[in-house]
Design a protein around this ligand. Structure first.
Ligand SMILES: *[C@@H]1O[C@H](CO)[C@@H](O)[C@H](O)[C@H]1NC(C)=O
Ligand SMILES: *[C@@H]1O[C@H](CO)[C@@H](O)[C@H](O)[C@H]1NC(C)=O
Ligand SMILES: *[C@@H]1O[C@H](CO)[C@@H](O)[C@H](O)[C@H]1NC(C)=O
Ligand SMILES: *[C@@H]1O[C@H](CO)[C@@H](O)[C@H](O)[C@H]1NC(C)=O
Ligand SMILES: *[C@@H]1O[C@H](CO)[C@@H](O)[C@H](O)[C@H]1NC(C)=O
Length: 418
């Protein structure tokens, strides 16, 4: 059709009428300029309205009470958090001690005198308590207890200020996993000219759990390697948050000068060389607030009762903050101290990595995503490729045998990975 186009009357008229087009252009230009003038004027006026004569932004003092009357949340964890937010509210706390503040009973609820006694009131405070899975009932009964006796401590692990403290969540029977880590990525001492220290975090078992008594063997292991931390609480999935909080407490007392902390599970493989390399490359500003891992965003509680991460609505409602998957993440020792401080202000949540995300959020920080943290593993076809492990930071999950096989792959210089 193209060659015929000039034959269309309309088209011919336009091409022949050069004058009208030029005039229209001028008119359009004028209109645009006027519009610009009007916009400029309006912006100028609104800018000036927002300022007083001395040219400073105006501060509006509210004439009425500007906070909302606190209304108790219907959801148990959320309500407990409201309570903590009130206790630690900086405005309320900065008032002189003789000021009269009256809090509603639900915000000023101290519970049992000893927070480590089971709080049986929860059974009446949660509408569907009796139908909740047993592990939830158990969690809720002990939710306010954060102190448990230490059965095995290593107060000297950090005597030679570590550049990197490797912190491994383990379970008493996992002797082989711990040994594989000690022989490979978790070997304490000097690596790449940096001091590395390692600790394993352990809880205990109750007689009702019917575990064989391994404490004698554990005692030998502790004497031999001096890297076990054991607390006397029941080591279950929902108590992992407790493990985290107890570790932060231990850290602030026994290892506050460690420069960096890598916290991971005992079934991960860590490329300790790459971790140190990454840390050495950090700027001072970045190093202070460092928190990196495999970040999960826009998640929320699972409502399917069959799932491991199920959380009932009556316990928690809301979105999760961005958090790093618990398989392994890296943060600064300085931040560990701040996390320890702020953890008191965050109600224990049954999922430990989400809890850490909540604490970070309270500090006004966001975890940074790093593609080298493979907490959901790598594609199957790469799992036996030695060179792949040179470039990653951490991968989950690996057996002790895998760990012993992979470590030489990244330490042997003769392997050509180009
Ligand atoms: C909290 O309750 C206790 C006794 O139940 C009372 O002595 C105290 O004044 C209350 N505190 C506030 C801030 O309302
Ligand atoms: C090893 O580290 C120490 C102190 O961190 C430093 O003084 C020394 O130069 C380093 N040696 C090498 C070979 O990098
Ligand atoms: C956590 O540990 C405490 C102390 O041993 C125990 O009473 C509680 O049942 C445990 N909680 C869960 C959810 O296992
Ligand atoms: C922890 O909190 C205390 C008191 O609230 C404060 O003095 C201290 O500086 C805090 N430490 C860190 C590392 O933020
Ligand atoms: C983090 O990075 C991984 C890839 O390394 C990606 O799959 C994931 O979606 C990222 N997460 C966020 C929150 O961006």
């Amino acid at each position: 059709m193209f060659p015929n186009v000039p034959l269309y009357p309309g088209f011919v008229m336009q091409r022949g009428g050069n004058m009208p087009v030029a005039r229209r252009k001028v008119r359009l230009l004028c209109a645009t300029m006027m519009l610009n003038v009007v916009i400029f004027f309006l912006v100028g006026v609104s800018w000036n309205l927002g300022r007083d004569k001395s040219d400073r932004p105006k501060v509006r003092i509210p004439s009425k009470r500007f906070w909302r009357k606190p209304v108790p949340s219907k959801y148990f964890w959320n309500k407990e958090q409201q309570r903590l937010d009130t206790i630690y509210n900086p405005i309320i706390n900065s008032l002189p001690s003789d000021s009269i503040i009256e809090l509603p009973d639900w915000l000023n609820d101290t519970g049992p005198v000893n927070p480590c006694e089971p709080d049986y009131r929860v059974a009446t405070q949660i509408s569907d308590y009796n139908t909740l899975p047993h592990r939830f009932q158990d969690f809720l009964l002990h939710m306010r207890c954060r102190t448990y006796p230490m059965l095995i401590n290593q107060p000297h692990v950090c005597d030679q200020k570590p550049f990197l403290l490797l912190v491994v969540k383990s379970l008493i029977p996992h002797f082989d996993r711990r040994q594989a880590i000690r022989e490979t990525w978790g070997r304490a001492g000097t690596l790449a000219n940096r001091t590395v220290a390692t600790v394993f975090l352990l809880g205990n078992a109750l007689p009702i759990d019917h575990f064989p008594d391994l404490l004698g063997m554990l005692g030998h292991e502790a004497k031999l390697h001096k890297d076990l931390l054991l607390w006397d609480y029941r080591d279950t999935f929902f108590n992992l948050t407790l493990k985290d909080v107890l570790f932060l407490e231990w850290f602030s007392q026994n290892c506050p000068h460690a420069q960096y902390v890598l916290k991971g599970d005992d079934d991960v493989f860590v490329n300790t060389f790459r971790i140190i390399e990454l840390l050495e490359g950090l700027s001072d500003i970045k190093a202070k607030d460092l928190f990196i891992g495999d970040v999960i965003k826009d998640a929320g509680p699972q409502r399917d009762r069959k799932l491991k991460y199920f959380v009932p609505e009556s316990v928690f409602t809301g979105q999760y903050p961005a958090y790093a998957g618990g398989g392994g993440y890296l943060y600064s020792g300085e931040l560990a101290l701040r996390l320890h401080n702020v953890s008191r202000q965050v109600a224990l949540y049954p999922i430990d990595d989400v809890y850490t995300g909540m604490c970070l959020k309270k500090l006004g920080l966001v975890p940074e995503n790093h593609s080298g943290f493979k907490t959901f593993d790598i594609e199957e076809k790469y799992r036996d490729n030695p060179c792949v492990y040179r470039d990653l930071m951490l991968v989950h999950s690996r057996t002790p045998q895998d760990v012993l096989k992979i470590w030489p792959w990244i330490t042997h210089p003769e392997l050509d990975c180009q």
